[in-house]
Design a protein around this ligand. Structure first.
Ligand code: IFM
Length: 795
């Protein structure tokens, strides 16, 4: 079933049916002011942090028809009929109500037609501002005059801390009150120290004739979002909040002649009365909204322009050129802290996730990626370990150690994870190659607890920390867990996956040591890599596959003889990615993945799923079979099978994995995935689930980040190098040609790739601005002009 389409020219996804299987969302704003909006205008807003800065309330997991949001109601003063400008929450019959939602890059526009009245509402956060705009237009398409009342409604939190607002009602309900003045409602919430704040909700370009500052005042004591008493009665009740729940609701009456249109601008934000009045004045100027929308589009589109593709697969193009890239930015901004699933419990950047996120935008905006990288390096402890969560208000040099009670109290995490610091190696290398700044290695960055060191020393410290934590089989112990949050191997269990990562970290470190002539370090890392390689080969390759872990009691997880979870995806893919697997082993293990784990919707994380808690380490048994870490198609792991296949030159197979997990592949069967066809989800239910193929955990997920990397560097094969660009595609053999526009160190390259022999991998010739490079896939920077035409022949 199809609910919409990609409008590539406008970089929008257009939802043509509002009754989507789940609310399909978009993100507005920036790290200063973030907002989530669904195709039916439900959602919420937050300032600085989803957990600690909630401005608009949300009720997570409420029925889709009962979610708070940015609602505009229209009521006909004659017929007393009323409806929403966004289908929900009133939810008129779709037989006589039409609506279209256009999600764009940081804006959403919802249009509706009902009873000869057309409306359009544009929602956005102006660039670099800390407030949001709802620009509402209403037009009379009737042949007679229509007298309408417009009601705008927003549900303000009583306290900006999510937990206080939702749970501590004996406190939060008694600290907030509202006032009305000149077209705007003001809310003040008291708070200890700097927790108090002013918020405003006002209307510009129109005169409010009514208001409600109390939620119950607007909705009615037993009213709901679909039956607000003010709308039913055709008039706001002029209530204010004093104990209870605040809201911002405003009423504007409009009398429209046939074909007449009216517009108004609702503004919501945090700030003083003076600021509110100034803004209301500012938006009286008819041009402001259009100019701001133009700037917003320019801002985002210019970021996306840094990497554009034209391949034979239009779904691939729509994703890479717009939505997948935009999702990667959103991930980098908000980590895993604010979506319809993440209810803001976490107040910061998950270490490993954020490293993956920043890597995914390296080719689009390496400056932003570099800034995040520096933040994460400052989240490394002076002993070389890393903070599992770097809080949004992180102050390097002052943080508690991850295994201290204080850190646990602040974040909920109680120990180091063995893999966190390991993600840094590829990220630092990638940043250096993208930016050309080898000197980044000399940048001095503070540690999270005390002291400071160069980036190079940070990396060395990370290795020392981990090499001091090898187990009985000379493999890396998990400390707590590795990438898999549910595999609690503890302080003695050894992780094979993380050991592959450590091996790769040692290899990258050798490359960097060589680069800056640290010969002793090079030899040191080489000898550790050798030992680790031998342990991995001696203890971990059995029966044509790599095992996943060895527990403290010597149980082998991921052995082919195990009753449950007898083949795991990640150790196979990472044996290839790390370079530990020999060419023969690599072919063998990926073949096994193909035979046992590959499904029509992607590869399973392992098979069969756990059904019992036979080992204390197996926390994923808590999940239903085929769900989340218990044998689902976990899409972040899908990225690594794509990457591994491209490393072996298997373009068709890599494409198959990519295509079967690309959300856009499900655009015409949305009933299956159910989540948005324009963004990645965390996982898809595996074959053991009765709902095999259903996706969960939209938007904020490492799937988007890691798959982006595998697609850009693996399938399209475009990678920055120290002094040039490598283009080494690994594509489906049916592709005859494709092209890429790539920005690289202030230069633009128009790359056209021809595949006359229908190969999967291999470049025979590169022609750069007319100059030929035979049997090379390298485009030297020194030969690049500002604008470059590149022809690449595969064969
Ligand atoms: O690796 C983790 C990630 O940090 C959070 N989501 C789940 C992944 C797998 O457990």
């Amino acid at each position: 079933m199809n609910y919409g389409y990609f409008d590539d020219a406008n970089k929008e996804y257009v939802i043509t049916r509002p009754d989507t299987p789940t609310p399909w969302t978009n993100y507005l704003g920036s790290t200063e002011y973030g907002a989530i909006i669904t195709n039916n205008a439900a959602g919420y807003s937050f300032i600085g942090s989803g957990a600690n800065g909630k401005l608009l309330r949300f009720r997570f997991n409420a029925c889709y028809s009962n979610l708070p949001g940015r609602y505009i109601y229209i009521s006909d003063q004659e017929s007393k009929d009323y409806w929403s400008a966004s289908w929900q929450p009133v939810g008129k019959s779709l037989e006589n109500y039409q609506t279209i939602c256009r999600h764009g890059t940081a804006y959403t526009e919802i249009t509706s037609q009902y009873q000869n009245i057309e409306t359009s509402t544009l929602y956005y956060v102006p660039l670099h501002q800390q407030y949001e705009i709802w620009h509402f237009k209403v037009k009379n398409m009737d042949t007679v005059t229509r007298n309408l009342s417009i009601f705008a409604y927003s549900e303000l939190t009583n306290h900006k801390l999510e937990a206080m607002d939702m749970n501590n009602l004996q406190y939060s309900q008694y600290i907030s009150r509202t006032y009305y003045k000149d077209n705007h409602l003001m809310q003040y919430t008291n708070g200890l120290s700097d927790d108090g704040c002013w918020r405003f909700f006002g209307v510009s370009k129109a005169s409010a004739v009514g208001w409600d500052g109390s939620r119950e005042g607007f909705l009615g004591t037993y009213g709901s979002y679909s039956t607000p008493s003010a709308v039913i009665n055709g008039a706001c009740n002029q209530t204010l909040n004093y104990t209870g729940n605040s809201c911002g609701s405003l009423q504007v009456n409009v009398n429209l002649e046939p074909q007449e249109e009216n517009e108004m601008v609702f503004i919501l934000g945090e700030g003083t009365d003076e600021m509110a009045s100034q803004l209301l004045n500012h938006y009286k100027n008819a041009r402001v909204v259009q100019e701001e929308l133009f700037q917003l589009k320019q801002y985002w589109h210019s970021k996306l322009e840094a990497f554009q593709v034209q391949t034979p697969d239009s779904k691939f193009n729509s994703m890479i050129n717009v939505w997948h890239s935009y999702e990667c930015f959103v991930n980098t901004y908000w980590s895993r802290t604010a979506s319809l699933i993440y209810s803001s419990g976490r107040n910061g950047l998950g270490y490993r996730d954020t490293v993956a996120d920043l890597q995914s935008i390296m080719h689009l905006d390496h400056k932003l990626a570099g800034e995040r990288l520096v933040t994460l390096l400052s989240g490394q402890v002076s002993n070389g370990g890393a903070l599992p969560l770097v809080r949004f208000d992180h102050i390097p040099g002052t943080e508690f150690l991850p295994d201290s009670p204080e850190y646990q109290q602040k974040t909920g995490y109680d120990n180091y994870r063995c893999d966190d610091g390991l993600w840094l190696f590829e990220a630092v290398l990638q940043y250096i190659k993208e930016s050309g700044k080898v000197e980044f290695l000399d940048t001095i960055i503070p540690y999270s607890d005390t002291g400071k060191a160069t980036v190079y020393e940070h990396l060395k410290k990370a290795l020392e920390f981990l090499l001091a934590r090898l187990g009985e089989h000379h493999l890396l112990i998990a400390i707590d867990n590795d990438w898999n949050d549910c595999l609690k191997l503890g302080s003695q269990g050894e992780s094979v996956f993380a050991s592959f990562q450590l091996y790769l970290g040692l290899k990258i470190f050798q490359e960097l040591a060589h680069l800056i002539h640290k010969d002793k370090d090079l030899i040191w890392a080489e000898s550790h890599a050798k030992e680790l390689y031998s342990s991995l080969q001696t203890h971990c390759f059995q029966d044509g596959q790599f095992i996943r872990a060895i527990t403290k009691d010597h149980h082998v997880i991921g052995a082919s003889t195990n009753e449950e979870a007898s083949l795991w995806l990640n150790p196979q893919t990472w044996s290839v990615i790390s370079g530990v697997a020999s060419p023969k082993q690599a072919e063998e293990v990926l073949d096994k993945v193909d035979k046992i784990l590959k499904t029509e919707y992607g590869a399973l994380l392992f098979y069969p799923s756990y059904t019992s808690f036979k080992l204390p380490e197996i926390n994923m048994a808590v999940y239903l079979p085929g769900v989340k870490e218990n044998g689902s198609i976990f899409l972040m792991a899908e990225a690594w099978i794509i990457k591994a296949e491209t490393m072996l030159g298997h373009g068709n197979q890599a494409w198959d994995y990519f295509n079967s997990t690309n959300p856009a592949s499900y655009n015409d069967k949305c009933e299956l995935h159910q989540t948005e066809p324009y963004v990645y989800s965390q996982f898809v239910e595996g074959i053991e689930s009765p709902y095999y193929g259903r996706a969960h955990g939209h938007w904020l997920t490492g799937s988007a980040s890691s798959i982006m990397l595998s697609v850009v560097e693996g399938i399209l094969g475009v990678r920055a190098d120290y002094d040039g660009l490598i283009v080494q595609p690994c594509i489906p053999s049916k592709w005859e040609e494709f092209s890429i526009v790539r920005h690289f160190r202030n230069k633009t390259l128009h790359i056209h790739v021809c595949n006359p022999d229908h190969v999967e991998k291999g470049v025979t010739k590169i022609v750069l601005n007319g100059e030929e490079f035979i049997n090379s896939c390298f485009i030297p920077l020194c030969k690049m002009k500002e604008l470059n035409e590149v022809e690449i022949i595969m064969g």
